[in-house]
Design a protein around this ligand. Structure first.
Ligand SMILES: [Zn+2]
Length: 390
């Protein structure tokens, strides 16, 4: 069978089970927010193809104007940069320092911080910024992560709430005029509408984009977590935020965000890569937290794809590999269950692997997965001869 015929057959098989793969990249439309058009191509691929239309020179001027305004309004720091220590954080900091801004970097300290994550954060601070490493009481974080895992099949709710709330709270309290995030996770390829106002990460942003699985900090108050325990997860009061006139933008909306560019800039400024990828394809992404791979692992159970699919989709769109090469890579990597990281998370949460496995099974999506001969498998999966036994 020819490659094209094989691809078509896979697409058709998937369609028969109610979902399908993008004909250009490798992502299925089970991925939340990913729609596939009548031409079989997903919106992320279509948006990427439109990218050359964006007038980046104009946007860079808009950015320079925003920086000027922040400097004019600032009484202390010009900007807050939320940072993890990853390559994008390094790129954000280098960019702002090149513009001559006085930077306060702010980190929500993940309880799973890795040694290389700490090294890269130390390096970033050494570039010439003040820094707040905001650590939440481990008892609270543990209780919240456990509740999040049990209720949503993801440990990401506390992570996202803290990551978004803390920098906005600090900017509001310290009257710092501008918060500068990296890539906009909802417009990975930039705004395509030149007249639209760029997206602002205000206190309502998480709810608008469904980042927090539709939940707010107050929804998690209960026997294990009091209102006072939950304090770090609350964003600034809307009135206080408005009164402080904090603006909150994504750098990726103003400068062409490309992983290769930010990686090059980070490499040139002392950023260190891991010895091997922690999850997915890259040795420079998802390396600062030991729990991030577990977060991605649940996508396999819920949606039938892994972090590797996301990474390869980006490689395809950037013309660095073909779809067939991507499929071969997925086949070669095989099962991506992050056993070591699951053990680390279970140890932090005080949970057995048995309890964890029960949660995994509760979140396995039976519209995708079928039990067949003792093994779970995905009918119509991208790779016909996948080993389902592990
Ligand atoms: Zn696609």
């Amino acid at each position: 069978m020819s490659t094209v015929a094989a691809t078509k057959q896979r697409l058709n098989t998937s369609k028969a089970v109610g979902w399908r793969y993008c004909a250009n990249c490798v992502l299925p439309d089970t991925r939340p927010g990913l729609r596939i058009g009548a031409d079989g191509v997903c919106e992320a691929c279509a948006n990427h193809a439109r990218r050359p239309d964006i007038d980046w020179t104009r946007r860079e001027k808009q950015l320079a104007a925003l920086f000027d305004e922040a400097q004019a309004r600032a009484t202390g720091y010009d900007v807050v940069i939320p940072v993890s220590g990853g390559k994008d954080s390094t790129w954000q900091v280098v960019t702002c320092l090149n513009y001559g801004l006085r930077v306060l970097a702010v980190t929500w300290r993940t309880p799973g911080r890795t040694p290389i994550g700490q090294d890269n954060l130390d390096n970033l601070i050494g570039l010439g910024v003040d820094h707040i490493d905001y650590t939440i009481n481990p008892r609270v974080e543990r209780a919240f992560m456990r509740a999040s895992l049990e209720r949503t099949g993801s440990t990401a709710v506390p992570m996202h709430m803290a990551m978004y709330a803390i920098p906005l709270r600090i900017a509001t309290a310290m009257r710092i005029p501008l918060v500068i995030w990296g890539e906009n996770p909802h417009q990975e390829y930039g705004r395509t509408d030149e007249t639209a106002r760029p997206d602002r990460l205000d206190p309502d942003w998480g709810r608008r984009h469904g980042i927090l699985q539709g939940s707010a900090p107050e929804d998690w108050i209960g026997s294990d977590l009091s209102r006072k325990d939950m304090e770090p997860y609350f964003g600034p009061d809307a009135e206080a935020f408005a009164a402080a006139q904090v603006d909150s933008i994504f750098l990726g909306d103003f400068l062409p965000w490309d992983p290769e560019t930010s990686l090059r800039v980070a490499d040139e400024n002392g950023f260190r890569r891991a010895e091997r990828p922690r999850v997915g394809l890259y040795d420079y992404a998802d390396i600062d937290c030991a729990f991030i791979a577990v977060h991605h692992h649940f996508k396999w159970l819920k949606f039938g794809f892994t972090r590797l699919f996301d990474n390869l989709a980006l490689e395809i769109r950037n013309g660095r590999i073909s779809r067939e090469e991507a499929i071969n890579t997925i086949r070669r990597f095989g099962d991506q269950t992050p056993h070591e990281d699951i053990d680390a998370l279970c140890a932090f949460l005080g949970m057995s692997r048995g309890e964890f496995a029960a949660i995994e099974e509760r979140f396995r999506n039976h519209e995708i997965w079928r039990r067949d001969g003792g093994a779970w498998r995905i009918p119509g999966f991208l790779i016909d001869d996948w080993n389902w036994q592990c």
